[in-house]
Design a protein around this ligand. Structure first.
Ligand SMILES: Cc1ncc(COP(=O)(O)O)c(C=O)c1O
Length: 479
């Protein structure tokens, strides 16, 4: 057993103990009701200190995996019932005009109210912030480059950052010229430019259902129509529904999270992603891939961006550092394939360029090993937080509650009993200083009335746990 503890690992020792118990549970070695070794015994077996093992056991208790019985020791929790996953959605009957602005505005406003427990914001990097590293690098850049660092950047971005990004795509076997990367103001600007490259007012865009509400706002503001393709909470959109959609409607482009979906946390496997690109290319339909959560995977490996499977230049990749490092820097990028010239023109017209000092800082950050080390830790923390949140939901929400089991990212998608109106719940929660995201804003046709999105991407505290408990009570009172 002690061989499993690696002292030179990036993982904390107590987290390795947690992983060990979870793996033994997954393999069926540890079963409900089994007694765990005492703190003293396990610490001796693993050559760890008693407080380290105690920390791991306490954490496993919080995750509802084990229970402490006074004077008896620690036991695997008996018959833990897993939450069911949310119900399978239906393909939209026809393309829909989007009109969700006012509720989205209220959701954004709630995020910035003072003293809020922010279960409504998708800001996963805050669970393990890299502000100190970025501040140090930024100071170095300023002292090295002086006023040059706060000048305008070239329209398509700071060349060393573009090179670093191209190098990262080379990891997946993609030979990308740095000139093909266009740096944008967050992924949101990349998505906006991409949509304007491939479609016009009135055109039909196939999107996921549920979809990130920022995408819905873009489609609404550009006067386009949305066709909603259901997402399986396990592995991304249902391809069979997409094929039906293509056969029935004149789809101008698709916009999907190719890696991890916000809000379900589903993860599209590589072979499915390849099949998606082949399907769309065979119909000459451009695919806008939203890969902002790509680096926050809980699976064994990161998903390969759909761009890597493109043969006709019809994939437009949008991503950013907003979920992994610094949302406030507003640095994202677009790889526009055959639409590159149009995309450059649009970038110039829309915002001229993106912040040079922020690009410069990020270029240096990702060039070293610090970014990757930070990501590894962030993924571990998010995975742990996910387990804590699901355990808390299971304990405190009504029995009929279903929840996605995210394979990455920082949010979970929760289906509440059908009677619950999540918009009403949103207002009730605000009164208790808790922000949540109501389900309707994730749909063009206002589906998901009884769904909410909850974020676990934050430092985990008793305050967060209490907020989830309070939500459970509010839901019970609505029933
Ligand atoms: C799925 C998805 N795409 C795009 C964005 C926008 O990212 P950015 O903050 O980089 O503009 C977000 C932000 O919440 C998101 O969740």
């Amino acid at each position: 057993m002690s061989k499993a503890i690696k002292r030179n690992s990036q993982q904390y020792l107590y987290q390795q103990v947690i992983s060990m118990v979870l793996e033994m549970q997954a393999s069926g070695t540890l079963r409900p009701g089994d007694k765990l070794p005492s703190l003293r015994k396990l610490s001796q077996q693993l050559s760890l200190s008693i407080p380290t093992v105690k920390l791991a056991y306490t954490e496993l208790e919080r995750q509802n995996v084990i229970v402490a019985k006074p004077k008896s020791g620690y036991f695997m929790k008996p018959n833990l019932k897993l939450l069911d996953i949310p119900t399978r959605g239906k393909l939209g009957r026809s393309p829909t005009q989007v009109n969700n602005q006012s509720l989205i505005e209220q959701v954004y406003e709630a995020l910035h109210l003072p003293d809020m427990v922010s279960l409504g914001i998708a800001n996963p990097s805050s669970a393990h912030p890299c502000d100190k590293a970025l501040a140090r690098i930024m100071r170095q850049v300023l002292s090295k480059a002086g006023a040059k660092a706060i000048s305008y950047a070239p329209t398509t971005g700071y060349a060393p950052l573009k090179r670093q990004l191209a190098l990262r795509y080379f990891d997946y076997g993609l030979q990308l010229n740095p000139d093909e990367v266009i740096v944008t103001n967050g992924a949101q600007e990349a998505l906006s430019i991409a949509l304007q490259c491939v479609a016009r007012k009135g055109d039909v865009i196939a999107i996921e259902s549920p979809a990130f509400f920022g995408v819905l706002e873009l489609i609404e503001s550009l006067g386009m129509m949305a066709l909603e393709i259901p997402v399986c909470s396990d592995d991304g959109i249902w391809l069979t529904d997409l094929v039906t959609g293509i056969n029935k409607h004149s789809i101008k482009a698709c916009l999907f999270s190719t890696s991890i979906n916000n809000p379900t946390g589903s993860f599209m496997p590589d072979d499915k992603r390849k099949e998606l690109v082949e399907l769309l290319e065979s119909h000459n339909i451009p695919l806008i891939e939203d890969d902002v959560y790509g680096d926050l995977y809980f699976t064994k490996n990161r998903g390969i961006p759909a761009q890597c499977y493109a043969k006709k230049g019809l994939v437009l990749t949008c991503s950013s550092f907003s979920k992994t490092a610094a949302p406030g820097y507003r640095i994202g990028w677009l790889i526009a394939g055959q639409f590159e010239a149009q995309a450059r023109r649009l970038k110039r017209a829309l915002s001229c360029s993106s912040s040079l000092i922020n690009q410069w800082t990020l270029a240096e950050f990702i060039a070293g090993s610090e970014y990757d080390r930070n990501m590894q830790k962030l993924r571990e923390i998010l995975k742990l937080n996910k387990a804590r949140m699901l355990a808390c939901i299971q304990d405190t929400f009504p029995q009929e509650t279903k929840a996605s089991n995210p394979k990455g990212g920082g949010v979970a998608w929760v289906e509440l009993p059908t009677k619950i109106d999540s918009e009403e719940l949103f207002h009730m929660a605000i009164e208790q200083n808790i922000s949540i995201t109501p389900g309707v804003i994730f749909s063009a046709s206002k589906k998901f009335k009884n769904y909410i999105r909850l974020s676990y991407g934050m430092p985990w505290t008793d305050q967060v746990e209490n907020a989830i408990k309070t939500l459970g009570q509010l839901i019970s009172s609505q029933q």
